[in-house]
Design a protein around this ligand. Sequence first.
Ligand SMILES: NC(=O)c1ccc[n+]([C@@H]2O[C@H](COP(=O)([O-])OP(=O)(O)OC[C@H]3O[C@@H](n4cnc5c(N)ncnc54)[C@H](OP(=O)(O)O)[C@@H]3O)[C@@H](O)[C@H]2O)c1
Length: 327
Amino acid sequence: MTAIEIREPGGPDVLTPARRALPTPGDGDALIRVAAAGVNRPDCLQRQGLYPPPPGASDVPGLEVAGTVVATGADAEGVEVGDRVCALVTGGGYAEYCVAPAVQCLPIPAGLSPIEAAALPETFFTVWSNVFDRGGLQAGESLLVHGGASGIGTTAIQLARAFGARVFATCGDDAKRAFCEKLGAERAINYREENFADVIPELAGGVDVILDIVGAKYLAANIKLLNPDGRLVIIAVLGGAKAELNLARVMMNRLCVTGSTLRARDPGFKGAIARALRERVWPRLEDGSLRPIIQATFPLADAARAHALLDANRSMGKLVLRVEGGP
Ligand SMILES: NC(=O)c1ccc[n+]([C@@H]2O[C@H](COP(=O)([O-])OP(=O)(O)OC[C@H]3O[C@@H](n4cnc5c(N)ncnc54)[C@H](OP(=O)(O)O)[C@@H]3O)[C@@H](O)[C@H]2O)c1
């Protein structure tokens, strides 16, 4: 099969089409003929040598795919050859065939194309797990999403709105600001022009949950903005990993500072998220009230162009690779 290899750590042009043997499904796995693969920021970090695949994962980048099941390993429950699925994978998505644990496969929602479905797993699993499970966001509460126009951000805005929360977002330019507000953010803040630490108190006093990708640079402001019993959930540290934390404020306001990474978690954990998504979120994708936000698609061989767009912070929503000749 054709797969995209990372020739060596570096810029987008190290992504190179190569011939690889087909992966073999192990116990509990499905082999998927890939029609489309989502592109995510962690793929760029892996390409730069900053985010090595966890033990046992493919060295081929790509954390999500959609396509058709063409073979199954022993004990692969819930999927059959011929099923049209999308799946969260630990790697190997930028390829014509990809192996996924069966429990991490979900049906392609009715009415969505494989390209649209390939944009779902990574951000929907991540946001569900961090905003709703870990962050405990409830209807009537408020959420601040940093990086509101990112793949993660556009999913978080939509999901939080769909489940009855007020949503605020930050982002880096006015086009992204308008985009976040169109998606359902009550107010998005262009951090180059306004300070969210000043704007949020005027709009809402404070917020109950913050989904953060910036880390150290925003820690003090985030802690100040949280309502009593508020939760700060950190899923990336684009603005640094080490900062001073006001523990008195954490104590007095009963705050929770937490975070997680999804990729290294086991299939049992990811399977539980898949079941929750299928029950609570898939019906909303099928009735059109939620949708994947795709900015552009590229042929698999042009993965480097997609990475260049992400590296430049120029994307809004998701980028997806089309696999020629796929189902
Ligand atoms: N922990 C997990 O399990 C997990 C899972 C998936 C993704 N993630 C992380 O979540 C983040 C979003 O992923 P994605 O694929 O949705 O990303 P994306 O679509 O590539 O968007 C990332 C956005 O982050 C903003 N950004 C970049 N550098 C920044 C900086 N130094 N400070 C503030 N903002 C910055 C940029 O938007 P602006 O122009 O608006 O600043 C950029 O467009 C990534 O950092 C990724 O690694 C974590």
